[in-house]
Design a protein around this ligand. Structure first.
Ligand code: RTP
Ligand code: MG
Length: 140
């Protein structure tokens, strides 16, 4: 299995409740290394661009409102099979469907306010990392 990088966001519902450290403990406990991290607040334009694949979905406006409602923590995670592994660590999109011990089961408030984002494919990871980090901000 190859070492991969994936892109992660700790979302506004989680930063508001001071959960960054607890979520990072779950990430690191799963064997993923946080090789880049910064706390930012997105503009609407940044959120719209990041989520442009969801533009036609009914929840798009709500999603952009939510992701610009407070600080977020952007991360690059590195490890064996990091993309699939982090999706497992996060659990299902809706916390009601998420497995025990996953970030969303432990912390998410709802399907919309679900505490974290993780890339869903190698192409998405490449795009999302490039949109949010310079190469010299990632230290493996
Ligand atoms: P993410 O992209 O954040 O890692 O989550 P995901 O792949 O599990 O979910 P996705 O289908 O890509 O949806 C992106 C985000 O939009 C919000 N959402 N709300 N109210 C709804 O029905 C609904 N569906 C999706 C969630 O915040 C989801 O993570
Ligand atoms: Mg997604």
């Amino acid at each position: 299995m190859a070492v991969e990088r994936t892109f992660s966001i700790i979302k506004p519902d989680a930063t508001r409740r001071n959960l960054t450290g607890k979520i990072n403990a779950v990430i690191e406990g799963a064997g993923l290394r946080i090789v880049a991290q910064k706390r930012v607040r997105w503009t609407r334009a940044q959120a719209e661009k990041f989520y442009e694949e969801h533009k036609a979905r009914p929840f798009y406006g709500e999603l952009v409102d939510f992701m610009t409602s407070g600080p977020i923590v952007l991360q690059v995670l590195e490890g064996e099979n990091a993309i699939a592994k982090y999706r497992e660590v996060m659990g299902a999109t809706d916390p009601k469907e998420a497995a025990e011990g996953t970030v969303r089961k432990l912390f998410a408030e709802s399907k919309g306010s679900n505490s974290t984002h993780g890339s869903d494919s190698p192409a998405a990871a490449d795009r999302e990392i490039a949109l949010n980090f310079r190469l010299d901000e990632i230290v493996g």
